[in-house]
Design a protein around this ligand. Structure first.
Ligand code: MSP
Length: 507
């Protein structure tokens, strides 16, 4: 029986034609934050990422670099693995489509589609974009280019086709019965109207190059790179290279595929259709996020304005980059990167708000309470109000995270910190130190509880800063939500280390 507390989340697998940039880091970061959140919330999480290494685009990139394709993909794939370390991603696996475990499962899925009568041999003639690895109808072209702006070429070749048209009604029924399957809502509507517009059979093999997984029945053909790539989500959670073992492992169907808006259609139309045809369970949800621009401009190699996540981390530290990317833009919308907005966001919300709150509170405790968490006395209304915010925080965040409203989850954290800053200003415990030590102790205890819950809540987003914040209260190691959600978990008398600022201002 699959474990009810399993949670399986995936990133798209990245093309290895070039080095990773901010867009790649963004998709994986969102998954990392969601994965860490679920782990702390008691789930057995499987977080998968990896690289998409076959197809014409990769073959051409290898040629351009005068490298053997396998050597080339080995080299570039490694850069994505390194990015995972640099960004502190907690993925449980990293799959590469050139691995035998994947290739064997793709061949098995192909066979299932043959057996079900969903694949037939024909001839494709039409437009193809190597950059997008996509077929386009004449009617879709804009000024002779793909709707994405990519170049297209005319292709005429023997091809196997998948009977996508056969699945149109079933897909529409599925969207209807599972309104949560495609998110955000506006994107769901786009997908539905695309499918209602009519689906044509899809070419799923190519013969004009060889860098791919051969069609088992006919080695002149390689399997279309998208059918190959999508299968990674299931091949990674099988054992012994055997598709039928996914049930034993218990992670498939995935709980969430996070993808960019550019590849939603493939995930919300083709992928479920392949799975339905193969009689395999469908993923529970596909969430499409937006795109980043740089200082207002589309990010592209030709404009020379790609943002290197490694450089950002070198300049600002990993957790500031993680915080900014997750907080600045409502997850699902497009967003713009600019250095001033980065600096403002970090200074306003981390350094001046959360950082300042903890430094002020802990310095007062250190100085006035012999470095020990003080004992609270009778609680007043304002204390109770703030403590109820502490008690509610993780549940409120959880509601946002359930629907991938990551920016709103962070908003809850910021709001509680702001309230605590108002409280400290009103209560002025530095005055109470002179006039009413007992009351001061209560106020500082309440504030220490706020810092504790802020530290707990920040763990998925800014793991290192959260650990530092918690260490200031003598809480070490992973602090899961069931431990953190106990009111008054902070015991009076706990010795704390000498406080040091953990969130420095930028610029
Ligand atoms: N290989 C396919 C996915 C196969 S999944 C079975 C692919 N790879 S990709 O490397 O081109 O893109 C991977 C992800 O990066 C996509 O989700 C895409 O939306 C995201 N981004 C690429 N540029 C981006 C921005 N400028 N901003 C945000 N994300 C963007 O597609």
């Amino acid at each position: 029986m699959p474990n009810l507390k399993n949670y399986y989340i995936t990133t798209p697998i990245y093309y290895v034609n070039d080095s990773p940039h901010i867009g790649h880091a963004y998709t994986s970061l969102a998954c990392d934050v969601l994965a860490r959140f679920k782990r702390l919330d008691g789930y057995q999480v499987h977080f998968l990422t990896g690289t998409d290494e076959h197809g014409q685009k990769i073959e051409k990139a290898a040629e351009k670099n005068e490298k053997d394709p396998q050597d080339f993909v080995d080299e570039v794939s490694l850069r994505f693995r390194k990015l995972s370390k640099i960004m502190n991603f907690s993925n449980d696996d990293f799959i590469r489509t050139t691995e035998p475990r994947h290739k064997k499962v793709v061949a098995q899925l192909w066979q299932k589609l043959i057996d079900s009568g969903d694949i037939y041999l024909g001839k494709y003639s039409g437009w193809y974009s190597v950059r997008d690895e996509a077929f386009y109808a004449e009617s879709e072209l804009v000024d002779g280019k793909a709707p994405t702006g990519a170049d297209v070429e005319w292709v005429e070749e023997d091809s196997y086709f998948f009977k996508l048209s056969r699945w149109q009604d079933k897909l529409l029924e599925y969207y209807e019965e599972h309104p949560e399957f495609i998110a955000p809502h506006s994107r769901r509507n786009e997908v539905i109207s695309f499918v209602k517009g009519g689906l044509e059979d899809l070419s799923v093999s190519r013969t004009s190059f060889s860098w791919g997984i051969p069609v088992p029945q006919n080695e002149k053909h390689v399997i279309y790179v998208w059918l190959d790539a999508l299968t990674n989500y299931i091949s990674a959670v099988c054992k012994d290279d055997d598709l039928s073992t996914f049930k034993e492992i218990g992670f498939w169907p995935a709980d969430l595929h996070v993808v960019g808006k550019d590849i939603l259609r493939v995930h919300a139309v083709y992928w479920p259709a392949f799975l339905m045809a193969a009689e395999l369970p469908l993923p529970k949800r596909v969430f499409a996020h937006g795109w980043w621009t740089n200082e207002g401009q589309k990010i592209s190699k030709s404009l020379g304005n790609t943002i290197d996540p490694v450089k950002l981390v070198e300049d600002f530290g990993v957790d500031y980059v993680r915080y900014f990317l997750m907080r600045e833009v409502p997850f699902g919308n497009d967003g713009n990167y600019s250095q001033p907005s980065f600096i403002n966001r970090i200074n306003a919300e981390l350094a001046n708000n959360i950082g300042n709150l903890s430094q002020r509170t802990l310095a007062l405790i250190y100085k006035n309470c012999e470095g020990k968490i003080p004992q609270a006395g009778p609680l007043q209304a304002a204390d109770k109000a703030l403590l109820s915010g502490v008690a509610a925080l993780l549940d409120r965040i959880s509601l946002h995270m359930e629907i991938q409203a990551i920016h709103l989850a962070l908003g809850e954290i910021v709001e509680l910190a702001s309230k605590a800053n108002e409280y400290i200003d009103t209560m002025a415990p530095w005055q109470l130190a002179k006039t009413d030590k007992e009351r001061m102790a209560t106020v500082l205890y309440v504030l220490a509880e706020v810092i504790r819950i802020l530290g707990a809540a920040l763990q998925p987003f800014t793991p290192e800063l959260a650990a530092k914040l918690l260490a200031q209260l003598n809480i070490d190691g992973a602090y899961n939500f069931s431990q953190a959600n106990i009111a008054g978990a902070l015991k009076a008398g706990t010795q704390i280390p000498e406080p040091k600022p953990v969130m420095m201002r930028l610029g």
